[in-house]
Design a protein around this ligand. Structure first.
Ligand code: NDP
Length: 315
């Protein structure tokens, strides 16, 4: 311990993060979502991996709090609006994970369309020897891919999709100066798309915007990929649409009640499932961890975070 100011670590941090924090702060890894009373005077919170959340009551209970440095670009686990109203900066880890999450979306899209999960099983189980060639899958070439949430990750994804011979369209709340067709209406985009990839953030404004109507519009040959947040998709409607054939297939990295995945999804042949690993490579997690610590050190040394969330940019 350095003898520097107290820093509370919620959740877990890597050894590298811990070593860098120890150089500047007196670190208290409290492990849970609550801070012991004796530490409520701390000014620095490091929100590590493992779903730590910081809500309004904790922010109110810490009068000297300056920064909540969040591991991840999505920060629906932190009440950022409340923090901003109290002059507390919330920071996150944008950009360093764009490529990895975009790659994950493409992996999911191809795994589903090309039937990789089944085909791998076909090869591994010896079915190929017993029954011959595996059934044909589908090409994505020529497909229209609708991106819901054309932000930092969405734009990286759109660029990568360029090599697959697909047409990229997108839906945000507002149009951007990009070379892709904009849809102001999500249902309309889903109707025109063969594949809908959600990279939208969580929170109230996106809650269940991928609903039964959107899934129906995507249709019986349509594919839903979700690498954004589970709360964006109405999971009950998704299970119903997949069971009835209203929707063709789904490939999902994120879920409404993680780490719980609806049992029905686990049994479906037309579903590919991942355990929220969009950014989970050694390299990208190291870059994210560095940025989490950089933000804390920048606040300590300059009074400003390096990458504050939009709500906190004017603090
Ligand atoms: P950005 O803020 O750069 O992009 C988000 C995009 O979503 C913006 O273009 C925004 O456009 C759009 N959007 C926001 N709200 C709505 C809405 N209500 N309706 C329609 N569009 C909306 O974020 P990033 O690209 O950096 O990250 C996106 C999300 O990806 C994160 O918030 C996180 O949840 C998720 N993520 C998942 C990971 C994983 O492991 N699976 C890893 C990293 C991130 P506009 O404001 O014009 O609406």
């Amino acid at each position: 311990m350095s003898g520097g100011p107290d820093a509370i670590v919620l959740g877990t941090v890597t050894d590298r993060m811990r070593a860098r924090l120890d150089e500047k702060f007196t670190v208290h890894a409290v492990g849970t979502d609550s801070v012991p009373e004796a530490l409520l005077g701390a000014s620095y919170i490091c929100c590590g991996q493992g779903g730590a959340s910081v809500r309004a009551d904790l922010i109110d209970a810490m009068p000297e709090l300056k920064i909540i440095s969040n591991f991840g670009v999505g920060y629906d686990n932190v009440d950022a609006a409340h923090a901003a109203s109290k002059g507390v900066v919330v920071s996150h880890t944008p950009d360093v994970l764009n490529d990895e999450v975009a790659n994950t979306a493409i992996l999911l899209m191809l795994a589903s369309a090309r039937n990789f999960r089944h085909d791998e099983d076909w090869a591994r189980s010896g079915t190929w020897e017993k029954q011959g060639a595996a059934p044909l899958s589908r090409s994505v070439k020529g497909a229209t891919v609708g991106i819901l949430g054309l932000g930092r990750i969405g734009e990286a994804l759109a660029e990568k999709l360029g090599v697959f011979g697909v047409t990229v369209v997108y839906h945000n709340r507002s149009e951007k100066p990009v070379p892709y067709t904009y849809y102001g209406d999500l249902v309309e985009m889903a109707r025109d798309a063969d594949i809908l990839i959600s990279v939208a953030p969580g929170g109230a404004s996106t809650h269940h915007i991928v609903n039964a109507e959107v899934l129906k519009a995507l249709g019986p040959d349509g594919l839903l990929v979700n690498v954004g947040r589970g709360s964006v998709v109405d999971e009950t409607a998704l299970v119903a649409a997949l069971s009835s054939g209203t929707l063709g297939a789904a490939a999902l990295d994120v879920f409404e009640h993680e780490p719980k995945i609806p049992d029905a999804l686990k049994t479906m042949d037309n579903v590919v499932l991942l355990p929220h690993v969009g950014s989970a490579t050694v390299e990208t997690r190291a870059a994210m961890g560095d940025l989490v610590v950089d933000n804390l050190i920048a606040m300590l040394e300059t009074g400003k975070a390096r990458t504050p969330v939009p709500e906190c940019r004017d603090i």
